[in-house]
Write a protein that binds this ligand. Structure first.
Ligand code: ADP
Ligand code: MG
Length: 424
């Protein structure tokens, strides 16, 4: 429509008053115009309505697309989040200021800290710099250099220090802008333990081979020395002072023989012959046998039993288990030269790894210094003049072959407790 001074068409125009006939005509014209205008109005309205409808449909469509796109984004984000949370490796991400923005479930388990407690906090405050700044994401942020497959120690929330394998890298957006840095890490405790076990087995195998040869080579001349000493003793008068020297030789030979035997039994591959047995009965058999020995040697040592009420059956090689209990009872007796009481306890416990039957041998002897406790299970470690240092290592070998473990707890001056745990 043009913008001239003419009034809009749809406004009903009153013609100037003249005589009657032209007035009628003018009315008729006006009506026609009025109708026409109304029709146009209706049309315009309809058009508007159609347009509105169209826009509505369009809007709905856009809305739907938006919803789908949002859902898709949500799905992708959830998916990525699920992956992050399901990873067995710990993932930690910081922003440019070194504040933690991502901390997945594995990271919680490995560090012993919860997401709530670390998100938004500074890396330095939460993880600390004990391992050295160069093995942290902060170093990566500062130098723009990541590290891969390195190792460090981590102090957990509970104070325990564990070995970690870790890698760090920068986090960038699609345009290459640096957003922060990420650290991916794994608890290496189990791997280190296995490594240590493999190393020990290798050493054992090598030692075993050597021991078998050496034992053979030593035993023959030893047999010779023993027989000659016997002959010599027979030739000497009963009151000959040299007899004492000959006896020393015989004792020395016996001791060498003992060492060779324990070396062989330690290094020989273990063949377990297990049966389901009541462990208390097995422990009792060993204790009763040991008591005969105590009586014979007239030692003032008493064995007090703290057993379970009901039988506890587990898979055990009784002969080897006897040997373990005898080793521990002997050590306990030797730790109490003045005599005393040994507590022999059989109990049942459960932990995250399952149910265990626990056998404890507790003495009130001299105890073991803290720095020596680590060495107890090292072959040939002994503090005794006539010790072999093979009793505990052999015991551990037997217990581990049963799928169990043996640990020591000792207070110098107060006594020692060895705890054997066997899977139920
Ligand atoms: P051995 O008895 O031949 O010395 P073991 O392997 O049985 O070898 O023990 C190693 C060392 O561990 C002993 O020499 C002793 O120092 C220490 N030990 C073991 N059991 C006890 C105990 N019950 N109390 C104190 N020390 C112990
Ligand atoms: Mg011993």
């Amino acid at each position: 429509m043009t913008s001239d001074a003419r009034p809009p068409e749809h406004v009903l125009q009153m013609p100037p008053p003249t005589d009657a006939a032209p007035l009628e005509e003018a009315f008729a014209d006006s009506f026609v115009l009025f109708n026409e205008t109304t029709r146009r109005y209706m049309e315009a309205y309809k058009q508007l309505e159609e347009q509105f409808e169209y826009l509505n449909v369009k809007l709905e469509e856009t809305n739907r697309e938006l919803r789908i796109s949002l859902e898709e984004k949500d799905r992708v984000s959830n998916y990525l989040n699920n992956i992050l949370e399901s990873m067995s490796g710990g993932v930690l991400v910081t922003d440019l200021d070194g504040n933690i923005t991502v901390f997945n479930r594995a990271a919680e388990a490995i560090t012993g800290r919860s997401q709530d407690e670390v998100l938004g906090k500074s890396y330095e405050e939460v993880i600390g710099l004990d391992a050295g700044r160069q093995s942290t994401v902060l170093h990566t942020l500062e130098t723009s250099k990541g590290v891969s497959s390195k190792e460090k120690d981590l102090k957990r929330a509970d104070g325990r220090t564990i070995p970690l394998g870790f890698s760090t890298s920068l986090v960038r957006d699609a345009e290459g802008q640096i957003l922060g840095a990420a650290e991916v890490f794994n608890d290496l405790t189990e791997m280190k333990r296995l490594e240590e076990q493999v190393r020990r087995m290798h050493t054992l195998a090598a030692l075993g081979e050597m021991a078998a040869t050496v034992a053979h080579e030593i035993r023959n001349p030893l047999g010779g020395i023993a027989s000659f000493a016997n002959l010599l003793e027979r030739d000497l008068e009963t009151d000959d002072p040299s007899r004492r020297l000959v006896r020393k030789i015989t004792e020395g030979v016996a001791r060498l023989n003992r060492i060779v035997s324990s070396l062989l039994s330690y290094t020989r591959p273990l063949n377990l012959n297990t049966h389901p047995v009541d462990l208390m009965q097995t422990v009792e058999e060993a204790a009763a046998f040991f008591e005969i020995d105590l009586e014979r040697k007239q030692q003032a040592v008493e064995i007090r039993r703290l057993f379970l009420e009901t039988p506890c059956v587990c898979q055990v090689d009784t002969e080897q288990f006897h040997q373990v209990i005898l080793n521990l009872l002997l050590n306990a007796t030797q730790a109490m030269p003045e005599g005393g009481t040994i507590e022999l306890e059989v109990a049942q416990t459960s932990d995250a790894d399952g149910d265990w039957i626990v056998t404890r041998v507790r003495d009130t002897g001299m105890g073991i210094d803290e720095e020596l406790q680590e060495k107890l299970f090292t072959p040939f470690f002994t503090t005794k003049e006539d010790g072999t240092g093979l009793g505990l290592v052999t015991s551990r070998k037997i217990i581990e072959a049963h799928g169990g473990n043996i640990v020591v707890d000792s207070t110098p001056g107060d006594g020692t407790c060895f705890t054997i745990a066997l899977p139920l």
